[in-house]
Unconditional design. Structure first.
Length: 99
């Protein structure tokens, strides 16, 4: 009886562990995949106005032709600055939580 009970218990624990792992994987996938609607856009190219807007950082440039030629330094600089600021905020939040 005891051996059978331990076998059932091991099976239940294994099932629970697998389901928790699958849930974590699903949560990571959901966080990485956008909603699929247009509100999750990254960049808008407006050809009649010669305008490019990067919605992640709120940057609008009227240099569409330059950007299409590969001169993307301004957008990259803005993105780097934005993500560095986010990293600093995350680090500050973690240090506050740890204290």
């Amino acid at each position: 009886n005891r051996a059978r009970a331990m076998k059932v218990l091991r099976a239940r624990l294994y099932d629970k562990m697998v389901s928790e792992q699958n849930e974590r994987i699903s949560a990571v996938r959901r966080s990485q995949v956008g909603s699929g609607d247009r509100s999750g856009r990254i960049r808008t190219f407006n050809f009649p106005q010669g305008r490019v807007t990067d919605h992640r950082v709120g940057l609008t440039l009227y240099k569409l032709e330059d950007l299409l030629q590969g001169n993307i330094g301004e957008i990259i600089d803005a993105l780097v600055t934005h993500y560095q600021a986010l990293a600093i905020q995350d680090a500050e939040a973690e240090s506050r939580d740890a204290a």
